[in-house]
Design a protein around this ligand. Structure first.
Ligand code: HEC
Length: 313
C-alpha cells in the first residue's frame, strides 16, 4: 500500500510540475510578473477583474494592429468568461456584452442591394472586429511585418502569458532606444535573467535596423547589429512592434491605476483566457475527477480487504 501511495503522490507532483516547465531559446527566459499568475497550476483560476481590464487594453491598444479572429463578443459573457452574468445565461442578451460589441463598427457579411458593403455596429454573435481587411494591408501598415492574430498567442509561444508580459515590459525605455543606437553598460542593462548575462556586464553599442526594435525577450540574434565583445552579444532580437505601453495609456473603467506593469499583466491574462476560455470549467471537472478517483480507490481497497478477509495468505 505504501508503494502505491507514494507512486500516486509522485504522479500528483509530476502533474503539478508539468505546468511550469518552459523551454528557453536564445532570448531571455520570460520571467513574468513578480507575483506570478494565479491561473497557473492545478487549482489556479483566472482573476476575472484582471481579464476584464485586459480586454479593455486589447480593445484600446492592441486591436488597432492585431486581430483575434477566433473570438466572438458573446464569448466574453459565457460561463468562464470575464463578463459572465448568471442573470443572462444566453450571453447574447448580456447588456455589457451588447454594449462592448456595439462600440465596434464592422462590415456586414451581406452587402446592400447595390452590392456595396454595409457598415454597422457589431452584435454579440459577431467575431471581434479585425483591424485590416487582409494580410497585405496589415503588412503594408506595419513596415512589411504581419502583426500575428492574438487569439491563441499565449498557447503559441513558449512561456505563454509570462512571455507576453515580458515582451511588453521588456523594451528598453524610449530615451535609450530613441536614436536607433542602444548603448549597453552605462545607459542600459537589460533585466538580468537566469542565463548569467549579468555576470559579465555587457558593454557595447547595439544598432537597431530601421523600423525594428530591440527586445531581450524576442527570439532572434543580435550579433550582426552588435558592436562590442562578439562572444557576448545581448540576448534577444528585434521586432517590428514598437513599445506599446506607457503609464496611463488606458483609463481603466474600474479605476485601477494603469501602470505599464498593470496593463501588461492584465492583457497577458486576457490573452491566456482567450487561448483557453474553458480552463475554469476544465479544472473544476479535473478536481472533481480526482476526488472521485480517490474515493473509488478507498472503496476498492476496503472491499478488497473484506473479500480476502478469511483467506489465508
Ligand atoms: C502599431 C501596431 C501594433 C500594436 C498597437 C500592437 N502590436 Fe503587437 N505586433 C505588431 C507587429 C507589426 C508585430 C510583428 C513583429 C515582427 O514580427 O517583427 C507584433 C507582434 C506581437 C507579438 C508577437 C511577438 C512574437 O513573439 O512573434 C505579440 C505577443 C504582440 N505583438 C502583442 C501585442 C499586444 C499584447 C499589444 C497590445 C498591448 C500589441 N501587440 C499592440 C504591431 C502592433
Amino acid at each position: 500500500m505504501k508503494r502505491i501511495l507514494s507512486s500516486f503522490a509522485a504522479g500528483l507532483v509530476a502533474i503539478a510540475l508539468a505546468g511550469s516547465a518552459h523551454a528557453a531559446g536564445g532570448a531571455e527566459h520570460p520571467h513574468g510578473p513578480e507575483e506570478g499568475f494565479e491561473f497557473e497550476g492545478v487549482f489556479g483560476k483566472f482573476e476575472m477583474d484582471s481579464v476584464q481590464r485586459g480586454y479593455q487594453v486589447y480593445r484600446e491598444v492592441c486591436s488597432s494592429c492585431h486581430s483575434m479572429k477566433l473570438m466572438h463578443y458573446r464569448n466574453l459573457g459565457e460561463p468562464g468568461g470575464p463578463f459572465y452574468d448568471p442573470e443572462y445565461p444566453n450571453a447574447n442578451d448580456n447588456p455589457l456584452v451588447k454594449g462592448f460589441a456595439a462600440l465596434d463598427t464592422i462590415t456586414d457579411a451581406t452587402p446592400d442591394e447595390f452590392g456595396d458593403p454595409v457598415q454597422r455596429p457589431a452584435r454579440p454573435s459577431d467575431p471581434f472586429r479585425s483591424p485590416y481587411a487582409n494580410d497585405q494591408m496589415a503588412r503594408a501598415a506595419n513596415g512589411g511585418a504581419l502583426p500575428p492574430d492574438l487569439s491563441v498567442i499565449a498557447k503559441a509561444r513558449h512561456g505563454g502569458a509570462n512571455y507576453v508580459y515580458s515582451l511588453l515590459t521588456g523594451y528598453p525605455s524610449w530615451d535609450v532606444m530613441g536614436d536607433g543606437e542602444i548603448e549597453f553598460g552605462e545607459e542600459y542593462t537589460p533585466h538580468g535573467g537566469e542565463h548569467g548575462d549579468d555576470e559579465h556586464e555587457l558593454h557595447g553599442m547595439l544598432h537597431q535596423p530601421q523600423g525594428q526594435y530591440y527586445n531581450p525577450y524576442m527570439a532572434g540574434d543580435t550579433t550582426p547589429q552588435w558592436a562590442g565583445d562578439p562572444r557576448h552579444a545581448p540576448a534577444g532580437g528585434f521586432l517590428a512592434m514598437p513599445p506599446q505601453l506607457s503609464d496611463g495609456r488606458v483609463e481603466y473603467l474600474d479605476g485601477t491605476e494603469a501602470t505599464v506593469h498593470q496593463m501588461a499583466y492584465d492583457v497577458a491574462q486576457f490573452l491566456a483566457w482567450a487561448g483557453e476560455p474553458k480552463q475554469t470549467s476544465r479544472k473544476k471537472a479535473g478536481v472533481a475527477v480526482l476526488i472521485y478517483l480517490a474515493l473509488l480507490a478507498g472503496i476498492l481497497w476496503l472491499s478488497y480487504k473484506r473479500i480476502w478477509r478469511n483467506v489465508a495468505h
